[in-house]
Design a protein around this ligand. Structure first.
Ligand code: APR
Length: 323
């Protein structure tokens, strides 16, 4: 009898990679390997996490390495290698420096883990996922990006604070690129199934005030990454991206078919073909198994299209730079 343990390799052992490694251990994901080019750092973090296993009951195999051969046998590869932005930078400002890193990492994944499912977190997200798929040549369902789970969680959190309820009971999808043009779907945001706008209307007794409150929430979602960068001064958000990636890993490993907001390649859905963009997709053993389509109003579609254009521009920049 052979019982296989899922193997997750984390490429990039920095802020997000480190937190994600610990989450994988706590969630008892199986075998976890932390890889980074910095000597000693992934080994040190892995050792530190492993030494907590008696206390957290994690009971997993965790190791750190600087050798890309660790990718052999990986079921899931999560890529966070690359620079985070500094205050005043947009995610797009990271394009050239991170593209070089992602290309190199993608070559290793292609060579050592040809059957893996790849989750990219490095920014600018939509372009980096595009590049990852181009270089690996993997089928689109096996190369996805994490951004929407986090953007949706931010949207849900701000709504929860406004309504004084648990964020667990909010569903608030965000579509589009992971940038200033992202599209928080106000009409579909609900608290335990009840439209959030209805609740805001009851709270404030005025449609105008309810809209004003929601507009501010939507803007805060779009600026949420920068808000954290400004406060941290060095680096960008890492707890929430790591936790968001964890939910994707669990959905894939457990084949749970969760419907999550992820960066997936469209094949005609929402009128878009051959571009990676944030949409709702069903996650399971095959990765992004299905993009979930639904109706958008004219206004929502216009916002989505604008976001697609922004991603196209970024991908066009990549092409122009010969990346
Ligand atoms: N191979 C492997 N790791 C690399 C490589 C490479 N070629 N180049 C850089 N790294 C590593 C760095 O050594 C560093 O440890 O990637 C790690 C990135 O970690 P942090 O600098 O702490 O960045 P983090 O906050 O984790 O964010 C990573 O995710 O959300 C995005 O914008 C963010 O692009 C950034 C990425």
């Amino acid at each position: 009898m052979s019982i296989s343990v899922p193997k997750v390799v984390l490429i990039g052992g920095g802020q997000i990679g480190g937190v994600l490694a610990q989450l994988c251990a706590i969630e008892r994901i199986g075998e976890v390997v932390l890889y980074d080019i910095k000597e000693g750092m992934p080994q040190g973090k892995a050792l530190d996490i492993a030494e907590a296993s008696r206390v957290d009951g994690s009971d997993v195999r965790i190791s750190g390495t600087n050798d890309p051969i660790c990718l052999v046998g990986a079921d899931i590869v999560v890529v966070t290698s690359g620079m985070p932005r500094k205050d005043g930078m947009s995610r797009d400002d990271l394009l050239t420096v991170n593209a070089k890193i992602i290309s190199e990492v993608a070559e290793n994944i292609k060579q050592y883990a040809p059957n893996s499912i790849v989750i990219v977190i490095s920014n600018p997200l939509d372009a980096m996922v595009t590049l990852m798929q181009r270089v690996t040549g993997f089928p689109a369902n096996r190369v996805i990006g994490q951004a929407g789970v986090l953007d949706s969680s931010r949207f849900a959190t701000f709504i929860a604070w406004e309504l004084g309820v648990s964020a667990k009971d909010i569903n608030a999808p965000v579509l589009g690129g992971h940038g200033d043009t992202m599209v928080p779907l106000v009409r579909y945001a609900n608290v335990a199934g009840i439209p959030v706008m209805e609740q805001l209307l009851r709270k404030y007794g005025s449609a105008e005030k309810a809209k004003d409150v929601m507009d501010k929430i939507v803007q805060r979602v779009r600026d949420a990454g920068s808000e954290v960068v400004k406060l941290l001064k060095t680096g960008s958000a890492f707890y929430s991206p790591a936790t968001s990636a964890m939910s994707m890993i669990k959905a894939i490993v457990r084949d749970s078919k969760r419907v999550l907001s992820v960066c997936a390649k469209l094949n005609g859905e929402f009128g878009v073909k051959d571009y990676y963009i944030g949409v709702l997709a069903k996650l399971g053993r095959q990765g992004a198994e299905q993009v979930v389509e639904f109706d958008l109003t004219k206004e929502e579609k216009a916002m989505f299209d604008k976001s697609v254009e922004a991603v196209k521009t970024l991908v066009g920049d990549m092409d122009r730079l010969g990346i």
